[in-house]
Design a protein around this ligand. Sequence first.
Ligand SMILES: [Mn+2]
Length: 355
Amino acid sequence: MRTDMLTIGAFAKACRLSPKALRLYDELELLRPARVDADTGYRYYAVAQLEQARLVAWLRRLGMPLAGIRRVCALPPDAAAREIRAYWARVEAETAVRRDLATFLADHLSAPPRKDTTMLELRYAAHSDRGRVRPANQDTAYAGPRLLAVADGYGPAGARAGSAAVTALKALDTAEPPAGSVLNLLEDAVQNATRAVADATGGEEAGTTLTALLWTGSRLALVHIGDSRAYLLRGGGLFRVTHDHTVVQAMLDEGRLTPEEAVSHPQRSLLLKALDGGGTPPVPDLRLHDALPGDRYLLCSDGLSGVVPDDRVRSLLSSAPDPDAAVRCLTDAANEAGGPDNVSCVVADVVEAGA
Ligand SMILES: [Mn+2]
């Protein structure tokens, strides 16, 4: 027998893994023995495989799926390092989504923090504009006493898709506070919107984003799918509430793109998630925001966020005297920046009732 070959026992000792683990790695095709004796079935490993055995063990400890481990092990060190960083960025992004869901559920189960009995209500305005380049407007913007929504349709039947999604939510825009569980309302809303999009497009290539806020009387519940956005202006600061469901955002999260590269990326509007009327409704991002008097919310399509930088949005939004003026000056700003896309804005102020 060659001297650079180790029995499974000797190899196990040298790499500090159990023979059982090594047999498992063999079965999972993560680490094949260098030689298997045809007569006895004994496994032999090369000394050069020690490093890889340790790597497999660490990657399993990291929780990397088997396919990922196989890929990493087949790569040269530099590429393997990139693959591990990208894997971890994905884990963190997925954890962030779960963290938001956990926060949403905890918020939902805890009482609103406002102890005084001041009634709050929304003052709102919506405006949608074709822009300066597109032949038609495929955006839909809606604002009512309880519902704020923006949908950005794409594909030949995109306008119908966006409008159908928003129309499906309008049943929530009633005078009375929503009865029953907000969780059910939001779940039903997305299902109804998905069905409405399917009916409206009749199998044509089309879909839409949907970003909506539902007013419960003390809180705003967010449903979000796609790359339209929600922002909150509070205490002079502009906070982005939503995370884009785009390929470019995922690449940003994974550290494969810089924010500067993302702004001009040719595929920046390619969606990872949308209401396309397909079989299963996409899982939306959900959030619950406690409303404070003086809060100003903005929903917009990428026709605004794609061309008007956040600090400009913040200054326009904070200087506008009311929601109507705000939606007008924001759409104007998008058009002044070239208006390459349809642009939609919804602005709502949280105010004391009767104020
Ligand atoms: Mn758009």
